[in-house]
Ligand binder design. Structure first.
Ligand SMILES: C[S@@+](CC[C@H](N)C(=O)[O-])C[C@H]1O[C@@H](n2cnc3c(N)ncnc32)[C@H](O)[C@@H]1O
Length: 271
């Protein structure tokens, strides 16, 4: 990528706009550009009961799986959510760890943090601490977190290796990860990879599944397991949506974006 700093600013600006618009348009079809976010969430692994028990405005339709279902969270645990958006998974995790546990949500976009804090306040949820920060330089103490979760965020990082080194630093010995993310089945056409809208829409920044695994293993995490789930839901047939247009325009004759990208779960632990 030519200008990493500029791309991070583009991502921040785009997600700020999504936060201010309450998820309406700005992301892919998964970003509530005319979609029903509840229906969409159910299609990627959330239950009706879970959705009924969290602040309604927390689900902006920006997820690609349900890491809180994967994490086997227990009462009293400390959970860190990387790229917490409007607080969707933080609120689900908060209910699972109970009053004796706590959640830290990190996001670099001020309007996302503002929205997440307002959601917590409005709903009297007091065991979640939303912090403005970069997942490549976590404002979190060493050896202080039992579980790291994240949902459709690490693909957006310009330095994924640094993100996993930070995860390794903040986890307690024996701590675990339960991450939902997007990765590539094969290299994207250059036209898609270089498109800013496709990057913001969790397509252009994705790396190959094998490369992703190498990065996680390279950080020192053990028993790393990647489970490819299927289609990414990042791109839909609506070519008026800028992300779908960017992705679909760059594909060859007869190709589908699902030939290239997939959603997956990533598990592992610190020894
Ligand atoms: C696709 S959204 C997912 C939000 C949330 N996890 C969900 O499922 O609703 C990506 C989020 O990651 C945040 N983000 C992207 N890159 C980041 C970084 N380097 N550090 C912190 N937050 C980041 C964005 O601001 C945005 O809120």
């Amino acid at each position: 990528m030519k200008n990493k700093k500029k791309m991070k600013e583009n991502v921040k600006e785009a997600y700020g706009k999504i936060a201010r618009n309450n998820g309406k348009c700005g992301c892919g079809p998964a970003g509530a550009c005319g979609t029903d976010t509840g229906k969409f969430a159910k299609s990627i692994g959330y239950t009706e009961e879970e959705l009924n028990n969290i602040p309604k405005d927390a689900n902006l339709g920006l997820s690609c799986g349900n890491p809180t279902a994967l994490a086997s969270l227990k009462k009293g645990e400390v959970v860190l959510d990387l790229g917490s958006g409007a607080g969707f998974d933080c609120f689900l995790a908060a209910a699972k760890v109970g009053k004796e546990g706590s959640i830290i949500g990190i996001d670099m976009t001020p309007d996302m943090i503002k929205k997440a804090k307002a959601n917590a306040k409005k709903n009297g949820i007091d065991n979640v601490d939303f912090r403005l920060g970069d997942i490549e330089k976590l404002p979190v103490d060493n050896n202080s977190v039992d579980v790291v979760i994240s949902n459709c965020v690490i693909n957006l990082s310009i330095d994924k290796q640094q993100v996993f080194q930070e995860i390794q630093r903040v986890l307690v010995p024996g701590g675990r990860i339960a991450i939902s993310d997007i990765a590539l089945k094969k290299e994207l056409p250059a036209k898609v990879r270089e498109n800013v809208a496709a990057y913001i829409g969790c397509v252009g920044g994705a790396v190959l599944i094998d490369e992703y695994k190498k990065i996680v293993v390279g950080s020192g995490l053990k028993d790393v397991k990647i489970t490819v789930k299927g289609t990414s839901n990042c791109v839909g047939p609506d070519t008026k949506d800028p992300i779908s247009k960017a992705a679909l325009d760059g594909l060859g004759e007869g190709e589908s974006i699902d030939d290239y990208i997939a959603s997956m779960y990533v598990e592992g632990h610190k020894s």
